[in-house]
Design a protein around this ligand. Structure first.
Ligand SMILES: Cc1cc2nc3c(=O)[nH]c(=O)nc-3n(C[C@H](O)[C@H](O)[C@H](O)COP(=O)(O)OP(=O)(O)OC[C@H]3O[C@@H](n4cnc5c(N)ncnc54)[C@H](O)[C@@H]3O)c2cc1C
Length: 618
C-alpha cells in the first residue's frame, strides 16, 4: 500500500521561502549549442541543442556497456506497467514473439492507480454512459491543452480506448487461482463487480439520467472512468490508490499474453537501444540483469518504450519542466524538492534521445493540475478567496485553477460556501478531482460530516472527501455569521474587511444572476446567505514538484513511432506509449474525465503493440 501521502498532498501547494541566489543564477537563461564545437565535445558537454534547460545536465550519453548474452525476439517491450502490459498483449495477439522486461521483481510488480478513463466501451454503454462522439471528446482534450499536443495521438486514445477496456474485461473470469488478489479485498468478489468498480458520475445523477457531456464553465466533461475503488472504506486513509483492484484487472492481460507465448523477464533493467547505424533503425536493446551482467535483446520488429515517467529523476524534472522548476526556485526550494511520487527515472525518454529522438517541446506537463480552493467537495466551484480576502478567478474554469491560484499572494486560499453547499456540489462537472456520486455512500458520509461540523469551533470539523477512493480528510469551519467565519478562517485587519466586502459583492452578482467580475457559469452563482456559513482555508505556499508522475514524452508521429529529430522521419523499429509518449497533455493534467493517464497508457500501449505487428487500429 502507498500509505502516508495523499493524492491531494501531491496536487496542492506546500512550504515557501525567499528566492535563493543560487536558484536565480541557475535560471539564467537558455543553453544554446556551443559554436564550432565538435561532435565529440558536444557529446561530453551538458549543453544540449534545442533545449532551454537551466543546467542542461539531464541527458548524459548512452553507457558504454557490453552484453555477454543475447535473446532473440520479435518485439521487446521495455517496462511492464500499464502501457507495457497492453503493448505485450496486443503484440502477442498479432503473432509476435514478445519479451517484456521490468526492473522490479515479479513479487513487487504492481501497477499504479485505480482509474481507467476511457470512452465507448460496452461496459460504459451498458450502464447508460455513451456512446460518445469521438471527435467531440478529442476536441475537448485538445482545447484543454491549448493545442500543445498531437491531436491524432489523442484521437487514437479516444477511439481505441473502449475496445481496449472491453477486450481486457472479457479476459476477467473470476475467481482465478493464478491471480494475486489485493490484500484488502474479499477474494470471492471480482475486481469488476459493481461493489468494487464504479463509474464516476456527477451529483445530478441522483436526480435522474444525465445527458453527456455536461458543460460547466465552458468546459465539457463525460462519465467515462472505470474506478477500481475496491471495498467501501468508511475511515480516513491517506494512501494513494490504497484499495485499488486495478492490478488484478491487468494481471488477466499478463496471463493472456503469457498464454500466447510472451515472456516476462523481471529484474532486468533497460540500459540503451541497439541500432543498425547511428540514428538508424532500432534492432534491439541492452539490459542489465540482477547479477550485474548485460543481455542484448535482438528484435526482428523493434522495441516499444513503456518505462513510464521521470518524476524520480530531479535532473530531468529541473531541466525539462521549467514551469515547475521556476516556481520551486523562486520559493527557495532546491532541485531535490522537485522529486515526484513515481519511482521511474526517465530511462525510456533518455534512450530514445540517445537514439536520435527528442523530448516533446516545452511546456512539459506534470500531474499536479487540480488546484484552486480546497475542501472535501473536490473541484466544486464555490467562491475562492485569496490571502487578501479577494476573489481572483472564475472558479468554474477548473483547467485554470492550478496556475491561476499559484499566482496569488502567498498565504491563505479559502473556499467559502453556506448551508446550501450541496446544491452547488451536485452540479459540478466531472473534471479530474471532481466530486463523485458513483459511490453514493461517500456523498452521504460527506453530508453527515458537514452536518457535524461544530458551529463556531476554532478547531473546525473533519469531513471525508467524496472525490476518489481514499478517505482523505479536510478541516471545515462553520459559523453563524460571516464575520465570525472570517475570524475562524484566519483573516484579520484589511484582509478581513475585504473578505466581507467581496462576499457582499459576490452575493449581489448572484442575486442578479450574472458574474460581471469573472464570468462564472450562472449555475454556480449561489449567494452565500444562509447560515451556517462554511470555510475551508488552505495554504498557498507555491510549493510544487513533479506530482504523481511527469507527463512529457518523446516526440512521436501519429503511429506512436519515435521521430528522429534530425531527419523528421521515424527512427524505425521504435514506438513509445504511456508516459514515454509525447504529445498528450501539453500544459498539465486538465482533463475532461479522471483516469485518462492510465487510460491513455493502456490504450496507446495496445495501439503500439497492434501497429508494430501490422494490425489495424481505429
Ligand atoms: C500512486 C499513483 C497513483 C496514480 N493513480 C492514477 C489513477 O488513478 N488514474 C490515472 O489515470 N493515473 C494515475 N496515476 C498516474 C498513472 O499511474 C501513470 O501515468 C501510468 O501508470 C503511466 O503508465 P506507464 O505504463 O507509462 O508507466 P508505469 O505504469 O509507471 O510503468 C512503467 C514500468 O516501467 C518499469 N521500468 C522503469 N524503468 C525501467 C527500466 N530501466 N527497465 C525496465 N523497466 C523499467 C517500471 O518498473 C514500471 O513497471 C497514478 C500515479 C501514481 C504514482
Amino acid at each position: 500500500m502507498n500509505k502516508g501521502i495523499s493524492r491531494r498532498d501531491l496536487f496542492k501547494f506546500g512550504g515557501i521561502a525567499a528566492v535563493g541566489a543560487a536558484g536565480a543564477a541557475a535560471l539564467g537563461g537558455c543553453s544554446p549549442k556551443a559554436a564550432g564545437s565538435s561532435a565529440k565535445e558536444e557529446a561530453a558537454s551538458t549543453v544540449l541543442e534545442g533545449y532551454c534547460a537551466p543546467d542542461g545536465g539531464w541527458l548524459g550519453s548512452a553507457p558504454d556497456v557490453k552484453a555477454t548474452s543475447t535473446v532473440d525476439c520479435d518485439v521487446l517491450v521495455a517496462g511492464s506497467g500499464h502501457a507495457g502490459i497492453q503493448a505485450a498483449l496486443a503484440a502477442a495477439e498479432g503473432g509476435a514473439k514478445v519479451v517484456v522486461i521490468d526492473l522490479v521483481t515479479e513479487e513487487n510488480r504492481k501497477v499504479k492507480g485505480e482509474d481507467i478513463g476511457h470512452v465507448n466501451s460496452q461496459w460504459l454503454i451498458d450502464q447508460g454512459y455513451g456512446p460518445y462522439n469521438v471527435g467531440e471528446v478529442t476536441a475537448e482534450f485538445v482545447k484543454r491543452t491549448a493545442g500543445r499536443v498531437n491531436p491524432e495521438i489523442i484521437r487514437k486514445f479516444v477511439a481505441n480506448s473502449g475496445e481496449m477496456f472491453d477486450h481486457t474485461a472479457a479476459l476477467v473470469q473470476w475467481p482465478d487461482s493464478r491471480i494475486k488478489v489485493t490484500e484488502t479485498a474479499d477474494p470471492s468478489i471480482s475486481p469488476l463487480d459493481p461493489s468494487q468498480c464504479i463509474c464516476q458520475v456527477p451529483g445530478i445523477a441522483a436526480d435522474g439520467p444525465v445527458e453527456y457531456p455536461i458543460v460547466r464553465g465552458d468546459y465539457k466533461s463525460w462519465a467515462a472512468v472505470a474506478q477500481f475503488m475496491g471495498p467501501i472504506q468508511h475511515e480516513e486513509f491517506p494512501g494513494v490508490a490504497a484499495f485499488s483492484r486495478l492490478d488484478e484487472f491487468q494481471q488477466f492481460a499478463i496471463l493472456k499474453a503469457q498464454d500466447l507465448g510472451a515472456e516476462w523477464h523481471y529484474e532486468t533493467s533497460a540500459v540503451k537501444l541497439v541500432q543498425e547505424s547511428e540514428g538508424g533503425k532500432v534492432t534491439g536493446l541492452v539490459a542489465k540483469k540482477a547479477d550485474g551482467s548485460y543481455v542484448q535483446y535482438n528484435t526482428k520488429i523493434g522495441v516499444i518504450l513503456c518505462t513510464g515517467d521521470y518524476a524520480a529523476n530531479v535532473d530531468m524534472v529541473y531541466n525539462l519542466n521549467t514551469e515547475i522548476s521556476e516556481w520551486a526556485l523562486r520559493n527557495g526550494e532546491t532541485k531535490d524538492d522537485l522529486k515526484g511520487f513515481s519511482t521511474c527515472d526517465g530511462i525510456g525518454q533518455r534512450m530514445a534521445c540517445w537514439a536520435g529522438g527528442e523530448m516533446e517541446p516545452s511546456p512539459r506537463p506534470v500531474m499536479v493540475n487540480g488546484g484552486g480552493g480546497d475542501g472535501p467537495w473536490g473541484t466544486t466551484p464555490y467562491l475562492w478567496l485569496n490571502n487578501d480576502g479577494k476573489r481572483y478567478m472564475d472558479e468554474a474554469q477548473i483547467p485554470a485553477a492550478w496556475p491561476a491560484t499559484l499566482r496569488q499572494p502567498k498565504g491563505i486560499i479559502c473556499t467559502v460556501t453556506d448551508a446550501d453547499w450541496y446544491e452547488t456540489m451536485k452540479n459540478a462537472g466531472l473534471d479530474h478531482g471532481a466530486p463523485n456520486y458513483g459511490r453514493p455512500v461517500y456523498y452521504e458520509e460527506l453530508i453527515e460530516d458537514m452536518n457535524n461540523v461544530p458551529v463556531g469551533s476554532k478547531e473546525g470539523g473533519k469531513c471525508r472527501t467524496c472525490t476518489i477512493a481514499e478517505r482523505m480528510m479536510s478541516t471545515v469551519y462553520a459559523a453563524n455569521t460571516l464575520d465570525e467565519l472570517a475570524d475562524l478562517a484566519g483573516y484579520t485587519g484589511e484582509a478581513k474587511q475585504n473578505f466581507l466586502k467581496t462576499i457582499e459583492e459576490y452575493n449581489k452578482m448572484c442575486e442578479a444572476g450574472e458574474d460581471t467580475q469573472y464570468g462564472k457559469d450562472p449555475l454556480f452563482m449561489k449567494a452565500i446567505k444562509t447560515p451556517p456559513f462554511y470555510a475551508c482555508p488552505t495554504k498557498n505556499e507555491r510549493r510544487v514538484n513533479a506530482g504523481l508522475v511527469t507527463l512529457a514524452g518523446v516526440t512521436c508521429n501519429e503511429n506512436l513511432e519515435v521521430m528522429n529529430a534530425s531527419t523528421d522521419e521515424p527512427i524505425g523499429g521504435l514506438w513509445a506509449a504511456g508516459n514515454c509518449l509525447g504529445g498528450r497533455y501539453g500544459t498539465g493534467y486538465a482533463t475532461p474525465f479522471a483516469g485518462n493517464s492510465i487510460g491513455m497508457a493502456m490504450t496507446h500501449g495496445r495501439v503500439a503493440g497492434k501497429l508494430a505487428t501490422g494490425q489495424a487500429v481505429l
